[in-house]
Design a protein around this ligand. Sequence first.
Ligand code: PGA
Length: 243
Amino acid sequence: MKYIVYETPEQASRAAANLLEEVVAGTPKPLLGLATGGTVVELYRCLVQDCAAGKVNFSATRTVNLDEYIGLPHSHPQSFAYFMHQNLFSKANFQPENLFLVDGSGSIQEEINAFNAHLQANTIDIQLLGIGNNGHIGFNEPAPTFTCAAHTVALTDETIQANSRFFNNPQEVPRSAITMGVRDIVKARKVVLLAFGAGKAEPIRRLFADDEVDPMLPCSIIKLAADAVVIVDKALADAAGLA
Ligand code: PGA
């Protein structure tokens, strides 16, 4: 696992977009593992821009998203499916049949079964990750043990608070979600974790502080990935004490 520091989030997002585009260009039917959240908005803008400029072609690209809130249909503006359509899918030449999105308003067990079957049958070529202030990846929250496969999760108060900025008030934030498990994430051929700003410094500092894999710091599982890179901006690197 290594890290790369860029001066600004914009430069870091561009670098991460280039990594995804290299995979798309070099793989016949690439499978991208995608993330949602404020951190990845600029990266998706780069992909959209490059697609419009003819620099990348997503027509054969398959995608699978990390997670989804339970209880929100895809039409809900705060669902992750909606986020993906708004920020990426509707603005570049992705084909609807290539996009795997969990339906948080469907039958939860059926959704999890389908998610697990999909993740077992396919290998993610590159998995994009954001990180929570508490070190979560996807919605794998700090817990006494890791969960390998897709599962439902109760969101921590910290996560509900952090995500309430996207809702009218914290009461509207769903209390549970469906997420990929940690095995699904580390099985990816390449893992790219993006984190920006001093507010995310603490989990990143802890990630690089030792050689341990600790379910109370879920992001630490990426130490087991074949090829993991953490891309940060200078503000975060300075606050985390990364050189
Ligand atoms: P953010 O979320 O990009 O909105 O900070 C990341 C995450 O919680 O994984």
